[in-house]
Design a protein. Structure first.
Length: 370
């Protein structure tokens, strides 16, 4: 399989990179080219979100690392580049997809193998035809979501319910962005590695890359620098606990949500990806189902995309429900990371949808020759 061969080459090449590391990216000197980006984000404070941190860079440098706004309605402190955000669905690509790339490269995971090879409990009509590739491209036929957190009481019973949820479509027929599919894929990774997902990623990705502010289940000592998310039904504000209810039921550790991180750590991750061109095979559209914009785990630019209108056709990225996003363009050698807590104090604020593409376009304008 070409992807497997490429991933093997990438893993061999990235061994030294992962073992190297170095200090986290420092905030670069002010660059007037990015003044419009920062000014625009400031204009959105208390409208689209309470706070935002933006990072822009290339494979070998961070060009912009800036923070605007304050933590929340009950915390007027200004956020900083070290502020920790709930990644929400960025967990799917930073965590779950990366784990799959590692395992494919080691010959332990086959993209075109049936899911049942790794997760025997994944049973029901038509499920024998669902492959790992289907899960990564959201074409498995599984529904998008169900309230597992109200239907189960433990991590084990939550996974069991995801495994036995009936398909809505035949595998490969339809694109449905599915958290349930990511939950199933989480089990495949954990079955292969013999480790819970957080332990595997910490040992294989986060610690080697010195992403010291990236983890599931952030400790109490981090609480003061974590951006709050939503006000819960009992009136308390969620802070340091995963916002996604189903991830919470899964003990805070799942491939679909649960990761916390900073813009600086994600800049390091983006630089690592840009330095592994063989991994970019994972970021090409799979045409599964035909016409889908999805790559393996990642998304690609499409009409009305959060990527804006000026990134190239080989760009890849993802968003998170809490207000996070990352886009990487290998041809322009640029990454754009935007972290916000737009769900604070309520998820009903959807203005982030217009902010993301505008920021991406402003960054490309800033980097374009005058």
């Amino acid at each position: 399989m070409r992807v497997r061969a490429l991933a093997l080459v990438a893993l061999t090449a990235c061994g030294a990179t992962l073992a190297g590391g170095g200090p986290p990216p420092a905030a670069p000197a002010p660059d007037a080219r990015f003044d419009p980006v920062i000014a625009y984000l400031r204009s959105q404070v208390d409208s689209a979100f309470p706070s935002a941190v933006v990072a822009v860079g290339r494979h070998d440098s961070v060009l912009l690392l800036a923070a605007v706004g304050h933590y929340g309605i009950d915390d007027a402190r200004p956020v900083t580049p070290e502020t920790v955000y709930d990644m929400a669905s960025l967990t799917k690509v930073i965590g779950l997809t990366t784990a799959c790339m590692m395992l494919v490269g080691e010959g332990k995971l086959d993209l075109d193998a049936p899911v049942q090879r790794y997760v025997p409990a994944f049973r029901g009509p038509g499920k024998e035809r669902v492959t790992i590739r289907h899960l990564l491209t959201h074409s498995s036929g599984l529904p998008a979501w169900r309230p597992i957190y109200t239907e189960t009481t433990t991590r084990a019973t939550a996974f069991a319910l995801a495994d036995t949820t009936a398909l809505l479509r035949q595998a490969g027929d339809t694109f449905v962005y599915s958290d349930l599919g990511a939950m199933v894929l989480t089990q495949a990774v954990e079955a292969i590695t013999g480790q819970r997902l957080d332990a595997y990623l910490d040992a294989r990705v986060f610690r080697p890359l010195q992403m010291t502010s990236t983890r599931f289940l952030p400790p109490p000592a981090w609480r003061d620098r974590i951006a709050p998310t939503e006000r819960s039904q009992d009136g308390t504000i969620i802070r340091g606990t995963v916002h996604d209810e189903n991830a919470w039921r899964l003990g805070g550790v799942s491939g679909h949500a649960g990761l916390f991180s900073t813009a600086g750590d994600l800049a390091r991750f983006a630089q690592w990806l840009l330095g592994q061109p063989a991994f970019l095979e994972w970021t090409q559209r799979q045409n599964l189902p035909p016409g889908s914009s999805r790559a393996l785990g990642w998304d690609t630019p499409s009409e009305n995309s959060s990527a804006g209108t000026k990134l190239g056709p080989r760009a890849f990225g993802h968003t998170g429900f809490t207000g996070t996003s990352m886009w990487i363009d290998p041809d322009k050698d640029v990454f754009i990371i935007l972290l916000t807590n737009r769900v604070h104090p309520t998820r009903e604020n959807s203005r982030i949808a217009r902010v993301r593409p505008r920021v991406a376009d402003l960054v490309v304008d800033a980097l374009s020759p005058r």
